[in-house]
Design a protein around this ligand. Structure first.
Ligand code: CP
Length: 314
């Protein structure tokens, strides 16, 4: 098993072998999730805290379920109802949670680097659930899991990521993961949101959507991340949809077996036609399902990847 990391902070610092280890481990946990009894004792006696300082549905709930299925105790921290409101810092909040015996801090924060900072001040395992526009490693891992499960491989596939790349932590983590695993990654969207500088990450940049999706095996759509944009990056949502939205006419010109992915939340009628989102071409909800298995794998691996003897003996 190729895994030595105490934390999961980003994809950039993982080797291809470590990524594959997560995907293989997640495959086992997905099988566990299909059994009548879905729990394993791997993290019995451990405490996981979901420290989410930004909104989330998929990531927060799947980490919660992942911890429960591994028999850990799970606490959901609510920023709105916390002493953040009285001026307590992130560091003091995290140290307080650790003093309450948190073994894992799963953090989502609007500031890029917040998980890395916590990993330097805590003894607990730190897992990045999304930091600013920097990284969303478990999303990239579940995206790779979904592609590998559906296509049987990742190396050599043409993956097009379409939308707001500039402000997307998902795009950055996907690019790192997919290029490490040998995919050909194309980025497409308005030039203000997809600058040529992304070519330095080993991908192709184009602003011609029909050309970008024509030979794609995977079309991964991203929403416009208004919450991170400080200025207007394109004239209007209507124009964005017309020029870059995935509609039936555009889909008809793609490979018939090209998969449509989206990390969610989707904006129906903006980056994706509602009918396409609900069609058999879309694997958006499979991504959500796979996220649970991938997050179980990540919690399990950062803890050392062993089922504790006392848990097996019980
Ligand atoms: N994909 C994703 O991170 O979704 P949430 O914001 O709902 O967690």
């Amino acid at each position: 098993m190729a895994w030595t990391k105490k934390h999961l902070l980003d994809i950039e610092s993982l080797t291809a072998e470590e990524i594959i280890t997560v995907l293989d481990t997640a495959r086992g946990f997905k099988a566990v999730g299909e059994r009548a009894i879905k729990k394993v004792p791997a993290l019995r006696g451990k405490t996981v805290v979901n420290l989410f300082v930004e909104p989330s549905t998929r990531t927060r709930i799947s980490f919660e379920l992942a911890a429960q299925r591994l028999s850990a105790d799970i606490v959901n921290f609510s920023a709105e109802a916390s002493s953040f409101k009285k001026g307590e810092t992130l560091k003091d909040t995290a140290l307080t949670l650790q003093a309450l015996n948190a073994d894992f801090i799963v953090i989502r924060h609007s500031a890029s680097g917040a998980p890395h900072f916590l990993s330097r001040v805590l003894d607990a395992h730190v897992i990045n659930a999304g930091d600013g526009a920097h990284a969303h490693p478990t999303q990239a891992l579940l995206d790779c899991f979904t592609i590998r499960e559906r296509k049987g491989k990742i190396a050599g596939l043409n993956v097009t990521i379409l939308g707001d790349i500039l402000y997307s932590r998902v795009a950055r983590s996907d690019i790192w993961a997919l290029t490490k695993l040998g995919a050909n990654v194309t980025l497409c969207g308005p030039s203000t949101l997809v600058p040529k500088t992304f070519e330095q990450m080993g991908c192709r940049v184009t602003h011609d959507v029909d050309e970008a999706i024509r030979d794609a095996d995977i079309i991964n759509l991203l929403r416009i991340q208004h919450e991170r944009q400080r200025k207007t990056m394109f004239p209007s949502i209507g124009e964005y949809t017309q020029l870059f939205g995935l509609n039936k006419a555009r889909l008809a010109k793609t490979k018939p077996d090209a998969l449509i992915m989206h990390p969610g939340p989707i904006n129906r009628g903006v980056e994706i036609d509602s009918e396409i989102a609900d069609s058999g071409r879309s694997v958006i909800l499979e991504q959500v399902t796979n996220g649970l298995a991938v997050r179980m794998a990540v919690l399990f691996l950062v803890n050392g990847g062993k089922v504790p003897a006392e848990a097996v003996g019980n």
